[in-house]
Design a protein around this ligand. Structure first.
Ligand code: DGL
Length: 271
Protein backbone atom coordinates (compact mmCIF):
# COMPACT_ATOMS: atom_id res chain seq x y z
CA UNK A 1 0.00 0.00 0.00
CA UNK A 2 1.26 3.47 -0.86
CA UNK A 3 2.36 5.49 2.15
CA UNK A 4 1.20 9.07 1.54
CA UNK A 5 2.88 10.38 4.68
CA UNK A 6 6.24 9.31 3.25
CA UNK A 7 5.76 11.88 0.47
CA UNK A 8 5.58 14.76 2.92
CA UNK A 9 8.64 16.98 3.36
CA UNK A 10 11.06 16.87 6.29
CA UNK A 11 11.08 20.04 8.42
CA UNK A 12 14.43 21.49 9.47
CA UNK A 13 14.94 24.56 11.63
CA UNK A 14 17.59 26.71 13.26
CA UNK A 15 17.82 30.28 14.50
CA UNK A 16 19.56 31.17 11.22
CA UNK A 17 22.05 29.81 8.69
CA UNK A 18 23.69 27.19 10.96
CA UNK A 19 21.13 24.51 10.18
CA UNK A 20 22.12 24.70 6.52
CA UNK A 21 25.35 22.87 7.43
CA UNK A 22 23.15 20.00 8.69
CA UNK A 23 20.67 20.21 5.81
CA UNK A 24 23.54 19.84 3.31
CA UNK A 25 24.59 16.52 4.90
CA UNK A 26 20.97 15.36 5.07
CA UNK A 27 20.42 16.08 1.37
CA UNK A 28 23.57 14.10 0.52
CA UNK A 29 22.25 11.16 2.60
CA UNK A 30 18.63 11.48 1.44
CA UNK A 31 18.66 13.04 -2.06
CA UNK A 32 15.07 11.99 -2.88
CA UNK A 33 13.40 13.80 0.00
CA UNK A 34 11.70 17.19 0.07
CA UNK A 35 12.49 19.74 2.77
CA UNK A 36 11.09 22.83 4.45
CA UNK A 37 13.78 24.93 6.11
CA UNK A 38 12.92 27.63 8.64
CA UNK A 39 15.43 30.22 9.88
CA UNK A 40 14.16 32.13 12.90
CA UNK A 41 16.15 35.24 11.98
CA UNK A 42 13.87 37.58 13.90
CA UNK A 43 14.80 35.88 17.18
CA UNK A 44 18.43 35.00 16.46
CA UNK A 45 20.62 34.34 18.39
CA UNK A 46 18.98 31.76 20.63
CA UNK A 47 22.10 30.95 22.66
CA UNK A 48 22.14 34.06 24.82
CA UNK A 49 18.40 34.07 25.61
CA UNK A 50 16.70 32.54 28.67
CA UNK A 51 15.80 28.85 28.47
CA UNK A 52 12.02 29.34 28.59
CA UNK A 53 12.15 31.93 25.79
CA UNK A 54 14.08 29.57 23.49
CA UNK A 55 11.71 26.74 24.39
CA UNK A 56 8.66 28.75 23.41
CA UNK A 57 10.31 30.06 20.20
CA UNK A 58 11.18 26.47 19.24
CA UNK A 59 7.59 25.34 19.81
CA UNK A 60 6.29 28.22 17.65
CA UNK A 61 8.60 27.30 14.77
CA UNK A 62 7.66 23.62 15.10
CA UNK A 63 3.97 24.58 15.03
CA UNK A 64 4.54 26.54 11.78
CA UNK A 65 6.27 23.55 10.18
CA UNK A 66 3.71 21.06 11.53
CA UNK A 67 0.88 23.10 9.98
CA UNK A 68 2.68 22.94 6.61
CA UNK A 69 2.59 19.15 6.88
CA UNK A 70 5.89 17.41 7.63
CA UNK A 71 6.67 13.75 8.25
CA UNK A 72 9.62 14.39 10.53
CA UNK A 73 11.47 17.29 12.15
CA UNK A 74 15.19 17.97 12.50
CA UNK A 75 16.03 20.53 15.16
CA UNK A 76 19.26 21.61 13.44
CA UNK A 77 20.28 23.69 16.43
CA UNK A 78 22.12 22.44 19.51
CA UNK A 79 20.70 25.28 21.61
CA UNK A 80 17.04 24.62 20.75
CA UNK A 81 17.60 20.88 21.19
CA UNK A 82 19.17 21.31 24.60
CA UNK A 83 16.15 23.10 26.04
CA UNK A 84 13.15 22.19 23.89
CA UNK A 85 13.47 18.70 22.40
CA UNK A 86 11.53 16.92 25.18
CA UNK A 87 8.60 19.28 24.92
CA UNK A 88 8.57 19.14 21.10
CA UNK A 89 8.54 15.33 21.26
CA UNK A 90 5.70 15.39 23.79
CA UNK A 91 3.57 17.71 21.63
CA UNK A 92 4.04 16.33 18.11
CA UNK A 93 3.40 12.90 16.65
CA UNK A 94 6.19 12.83 14.03
CA UNK A 95 9.75 11.64 14.71
CA UNK A 96 11.92 14.50 16.02
CA UNK A 97 15.70 14.39 15.55
CA UNK A 98 17.84 16.75 17.62
CA UNK A 99 21.48 17.83 17.71
CA UNK A 100 23.82 17.64 20.66
CA UNK A 101 27.54 18.38 20.95
CA UNK A 102 29.22 15.29 19.44
CA UNK A 103 31.03 14.16 22.59
CA UNK A 104 30.58 10.47 21.86
CA UNK A 105 32.58 10.46 18.58
CA UNK A 106 35.16 12.84 20.08
CA UNK A 107 35.73 10.59 23.12
CA UNK A 108 35.65 7.57 20.78
CA UNK A 109 38.78 8.87 19.02
CA UNK A 110 40.64 7.75 22.15
CA UNK A 111 43.14 10.62 21.93
CA UNK A 112 45.22 11.87 24.83
CA UNK A 113 44.36 15.45 25.68
CA UNK A 114 41.42 17.62 26.57
CA UNK A 115 38.26 17.86 24.50
CA UNK A 116 37.17 21.46 24.01
CA UNK A 117 33.46 22.00 23.39
CA UNK A 118 32.58 25.23 21.60
CA UNK A 119 28.89 26.04 21.99
CA UNK A 120 26.47 28.79 22.93
CA UNK A 121 26.22 29.80 26.61
CA UNK A 122 22.72 28.29 26.81
CA UNK A 123 23.77 24.89 25.42
CA UNK A 124 26.67 24.68 27.87
CA UNK A 125 24.46 25.67 30.83
CA UNK A 126 21.72 23.21 29.93
CA UNK A 127 20.95 20.15 32.01
CA UNK A 128 21.15 18.00 28.87
CA UNK A 129 24.77 18.99 28.16
CA UNK A 130 25.82 18.59 31.79
CA UNK A 131 24.36 15.09 31.92
CA UNK A 132 26.42 14.32 28.79
CA UNK A 133 29.60 15.64 30.44
CA UNK A 134 28.98 13.50 33.55
CA UNK A 135 28.58 10.47 31.32
CA UNK A 136 32.00 10.90 29.68
CA UNK A 137 33.94 12.50 32.53
CA UNK A 138 35.95 9.36 33.36
CA UNK A 139 37.03 8.91 29.75
CA UNK A 140 38.18 12.42 28.90
CA UNK A 141 38.59 15.89 30.33
CA UNK A 142 35.88 17.97 28.73
CA UNK A 143 36.37 21.74 28.67
CA UNK A 144 33.42 23.97 27.73
CA UNK A 145 34.16 27.12 25.73
CA UNK A 146 31.13 29.42 25.56
CA UNK A 147 31.13 31.52 22.41
CA UNK A 148 28.42 34.14 22.98
CA UNK A 149 28.49 36.68 20.16
CA UNK A 150 29.96 34.35 17.53
CA UNK A 151 26.58 33.68 15.87
CA UNK A 152 26.09 37.37 15.06
CA UNK A 153 29.60 37.66 13.61
CA UNK A 154 29.33 34.48 11.55
CA UNK A 155 25.92 35.51 10.12
CA UNK A 156 26.98 39.04 9.22
CA UNK A 157 30.62 38.88 8.31
CA UNK A 158 31.44 41.42 5.64
CA UNK A 159 35.17 41.41 6.36
CA UNK A 160 36.14 38.24 4.51
CA UNK A 161 36.51 36.31 7.77
CA UNK A 162 38.63 38.94 9.55
CA UNK A 163 36.06 39.62 12.29
CA UNK A 164 35.65 35.89 12.87
CA UNK A 165 39.41 35.41 13.18
CA UNK A 166 39.66 38.31 15.64
CA UNK A 167 36.81 36.90 17.74
CA UNK A 168 38.41 33.44 17.78
CA UNK A 169 41.83 34.84 18.72
CA UNK A 170 40.21 36.50 21.71
CA UNK A 171 38.10 33.56 22.88
CA UNK A 172 41.05 31.15 22.45
CA UNK A 173 43.52 33.40 24.29
CA UNK A 174 43.15 31.57 27.66
CA UNK A 175 43.24 28.16 25.93
CA UNK A 176 46.50 26.25 25.63
CA UNK A 177 45.94 24.50 22.30
CA UNK A 178 48.87 22.14 23.04
CA UNK A 179 46.64 20.50 25.71
CA UNK A 180 43.74 19.99 23.33
CA UNK A 181 43.29 16.82 21.26
CA UNK A 182 39.87 17.56 19.79
CA UNK A 183 37.36 20.38 19.43
CA UNK A 184 33.66 19.59 19.30
CA UNK A 185 31.64 22.11 17.30
CA UNK A 186 28.56 22.21 19.52
CA UNK A 187 26.70 24.74 17.42
CA UNK A 188 25.67 24.20 13.81
CA UNK A 189 26.81 27.69 12.85
CA UNK A 190 30.41 26.87 13.79
CA UNK A 191 30.56 24.14 11.14
CA UNK A 192 30.31 26.93 8.56
CA UNK A 193 33.50 28.53 9.98
CA UNK A 194 35.37 25.27 10.55
CA UNK A 195 38.35 26.46 8.53
CA UNK A 196 38.89 29.55 10.70
CA UNK A 197 38.55 27.38 13.83
CA UNK A 198 41.02 24.81 12.46
CA UNK A 199 43.48 27.60 11.67
CA UNK A 200 43.48 28.87 15.25
CA UNK A 201 43.51 25.37 16.80
CA UNK A 202 46.47 24.13 14.80
CA UNK A 203 46.85 21.06 12.60
CA UNK A 204 47.20 18.51 15.45
CA UNK A 205 43.71 19.19 16.82
CA UNK A 206 40.86 17.08 15.39
CA UNK A 207 37.63 18.99 14.74
CA UNK A 208 34.44 17.02 15.30
CA UNK A 209 30.83 17.87 14.46
CA UNK A 210 27.59 15.92 14.61
CA UNK A 211 26.20 16.71 11.16
CA UNK A 212 26.92 13.44 9.31
CA UNK A 213 25.83 11.45 12.37
CA UNK A 214 22.54 13.35 12.45
CA UNK A 215 21.92 12.71 8.74
CA UNK A 216 22.59 8.96 9.23
CA UNK A 217 20.36 8.86 12.29
CA UNK A 218 17.52 10.57 10.40
CA UNK A 219 17.83 8.08 7.53
CA UNK A 220 17.67 5.14 9.97
CA UNK A 221 14.66 6.58 11.80
CA UNK A 222 12.75 7.18 8.54
CA UNK A 223 13.61 3.71 7.33
CA UNK A 224 12.45 2.06 10.56
CA UNK A 225 9.21 4.07 10.48
CA UNK A 226 8.66 3.25 6.77
CA UNK A 227 8.78 6.97 6.02
CA UNK A 228 11.48 7.08 3.34
CA UNK A 229 10.24 8.63 0.12
CA UNK A 230 10.66 5.82 -2.37
CA UNK A 231 8.30 7.38 -4.93
CA UNK A 232 11.09 9.30 -6.68
CA UNK A 233 13.82 7.21 -8.22
CA UNK A 234 15.79 9.53 -10.46
CA UNK A 235 19.47 9.22 -11.14
CA UNK A 236 21.57 11.28 -8.77
CA UNK A 237 23.31 14.15 -10.55
CA UNK A 238 26.14 16.35 -9.34
CA UNK A 239 25.41 19.11 -8.40
CA UNK A 240 22.56 17.66 -6.40
CA UNK A 241 19.21 19.22 -7.20
CA UNK A 242 17.37 19.47 -3.91
CA UNK A 243 13.72 20.27 -3.31
CA UNK A 244 13.83 22.78 -0.46
CA UNK A 245 11.31 25.45 0.49
CA UNK A 246 12.89 28.18 2.60
CA UNK A 247 11.15 30.37 5.15
CA UNK A 248 12.58 32.94 7.55
CA UNK A 249 11.08 35.22 10.17
CA UNK A 250 11.61 38.98 10.30
CA UNK A 251 11.94 41.77 7.78
CA UNK A 252 15.27 40.46 6.44
CA UNK A 253 13.77 37.11 5.45
CA UNK A 254 14.58 37.46 1.72
CA UNK A 255 18.25 38.21 2.48
CA UNK A 256 18.38 35.20 4.81
CA UNK A 257 16.81 32.89 2.22
CA UNK A 258 19.35 34.01 -0.41
CA UNK A 259 22.19 33.29 2.06
CA UNK A 260 20.79 29.83 2.78
CA UNK A 261 20.58 28.98 -0.95
CA UNK A 262 24.12 30.24 -1.50
CA UNK A 263 25.48 28.13 1.37
CA UNK A 264 23.85 25.02 -0.06
CA UNK A 265 25.32 25.86 -3.45
CA UNK A 266 28.76 26.09 -1.86
CA UNK A 267 28.19 22.45 -0.86
CA UNK A 268 27.38 21.48 -4.46
CA UNK A 269 23.63 21.48 -3.94
CA UNK A 270 21.25 23.58 -6.04
CA UNK A 271 17.78 24.30 -4.77
N1 DGL B 1 22.96 27.00 15.29
C1 DGL B 1 22.53 27.18 16.67
C2 DGL B 1 23.10 26.07 17.53
O1 DGL B 1 23.41 25.01 16.99
C3 DGL B 1 22.79 28.59 17.05
C4 DGL B 1 22.14 29.05 18.30
C5 DGL B 1 21.95 30.55 18.44
O2 DGL B 1 21.14 31.10 17.70
O3 DGL B 1 22.57 31.11 19.34
O4 DGL B 1 23.23 26.16 18.73
Amino acid sequence: MENFTAKLPIGVFDSGIGGISVLAEIIKALPYEEFVYFADTLHSPYGTKPEDVVRSLSIKVTEFLALMGIKSLVVACNTATSVAINEIRRKYPFPVIGMEPALKPAVGLGLTGKILVMATPLTLKSKKFNVQVQHYKDLAEIVPLPCGGLIEISEDDHSGGQEIREYLAQVFSPVNTMDISAIVLGCTHYVLIKKEIADIAGSKVVIVDGNCGTARHLRNVLQNEHLLNTAIAEKIHIPLKARVKFYASGSESEVMIRKCRQLLQNEGIVS
